[in-house]
Design a binder for this molecule. Structure first.
Ligand code: SF4
Length: 413
């Protein structure tokens, strides 16, 4: 009998991914909640394995506030935020004593994530795993995508679906998801422009889409994108982009407000906590409240450390944004509007840059190891919390920082 096949679109780097287990500098089994699908929950409760019995009784609980089969139960973390099934060598006791087939979907599929768009499968990965940062985000060539074929009988867990032709999206920009996505990804990877310039142009285009939508002309979107593409190729934006002022104080204040907000909500990742402390110390926020002094230090760190680093390695920030854009079905996905997704993309760029500037000041250098730590721990704390993402978008809107002008200032150094 011939095997049924499934085609999946995914970043090329994913085919080289393997979990590095106890060699990992963090652990995906520390610092967040592990949900259990119904099948796994029931299998645990029936499991008669002396090494696991007590922990299952005490730490595997039903999730009564969630009616879905995907989040039927949960593993309660210990007081240090660690999964109680981790042994002293940071290896999983479920895997050791019960076998791989007893791992929950969450544990099996992390750091991968599958979505289904217009019936087609897409797989992506989260850089909250350091190995994904090394393989995908650090890659000089940039992220490219490929279609892979796999056995359709293999289990996959779908984290989101999107039907761009659904009746809800009649006369909405979502109808042109594929065109908008292709345009955006090409622009984000266009190295004829600096990444900050690419983000500003993206903002200009998304504002145009909003206007077109308000005027009820969404069918004009493909033509508008074509025109913008020609203008990008001809370099027509260059002189306007050069006029955007550099205001590092605004960048610093926005990033600090967001980091403080996260701090006040609690941070369970020790690695991110270290990054945050070093960032604040590195720009002098700890010693003084004098904003002029802090700004001076921020600017000096940028010139001395981040600028030379990005001159060689701006592709790291590009890859980070491209990866997130693809993974979250931007500019739509779970965002309330195309503009909200844009605000968030600029914030991601600004926040990673803020941490790089601060930590470079603290360590008196910036290198790939520090960058891996920043990107991985920041992603783990921020991007796995949709509620927090919505809160910071609102925070920015409430303080009036959500305009194209402010977004341009936020990204330009
Ligand atoms: S059950 Fe095993 S793989 Fe899953 S979080 Fe716990 S230790 Fe990690």
């Amino acid at each position: 009998m011939t095997q049924r096949k499934r085609i999946i679109l995914q970043p090329e780097y994913l085919k080289n991914f393997h979990c590095i287990g106890s060699d990992c500098e963090d652990s995906c089994c520390i610092g967040w909640r592990v949900d259990l699908d119904k099948k796994t929950y029931l299998a645990y409760k029936k499991l008669n394995q002396p090494e696991l019995r007590l922990t299952i009784e005490k730490m595997v609980n039903r999730k009564h506030n969630d009616k879905s089969n995907a989040c039927y139960g949960k593993i309660k973390m210990d007081r240090n935020g660690k999964c109680p099934f981790l042994n002293k060598e940071n290896l999983c006791k479920i895997y050791i004593f019960a076998g791989e087939e007893y791992l929950s979907n969450t544990c099996t599929f992390y750091p991968r994530d599958v979505k289904k768009i217009d019936g087609a499968f897409e797989r992506s990965a989260t850089p909250s795993c350091p190995e994904i940062v090394r393989l995908g985000i650090l890659s000089l060539e940039g992220i490219s995508f490929e279609q892979v074929e796999e056995n359709a009988e293999e289990t996959i867990q779908i984290h989101g679906t999107f039907d761009t032709q659904g009746h809800l999206f009649l006369n909405k920009p979502q109808r042109f998801f594929w065109e908008i996505r292709m345009f955006s990804l090409c622009l984000l990877q266009n190295r004829d422009y600096s990444l900050a310039e690419r983000l500003v142009i993206l903002g200009i285009v998304y504002k145009k889409i909003e206007v077109i939508q308000l005027e009820g002309r969404v069918r004009d979107i493909p033509l508008m994108l074509e025109t913008m593409n020609s203008m990008i190729e001809a370099g027509n934006f260059k002189s306007e982009l050069a006029k955007i002022p550099i205001e590092s104080e605004v960048q610093m204040q926005v990033a600090k407000t967001i980091a403080n907000h996260k701090f006040s909500l609690g941070i369970s990742s020790k690695r991110y906590m270290e990054c945050l402390k070093e960032t604040f110390q590195g720009i002098g926020f700890v010693e003084t409240d004098d904003i002029e002094q802090v700004k001076d230090k921020y600017d000096r760190n940028y010139q001395e450390f981040l600028r030379p680093y990005l001159k060689e390695k701006e592709h790291i920030l590009e890859n980070y944004l491209v990866n997130e854009f693809f993974k979250e079905m931007m500019p739509f996905g779970s965002y309330q509007s195309i503009w909200d997704s844009y605000i968030f993309l600029c914030l991601l760029y600004a926040m990673i840059k803020f941490h790089m500037i601060g930590m470079a000041g603290y360590h008196k250098e910036l290198n790939d190891e520090l960058v891996i730590k920043i990107i991985q721990s920041f992603t783990k704390v921020v991007l796995h919390n949709n509620q927090y993402i919505q809160q910071i978008i609102k925070l920015l809107k409430d303080s009036g920082y959500d305009t194209l002008a402010y977004m341009s200032i936020l990204v330009k150094n």
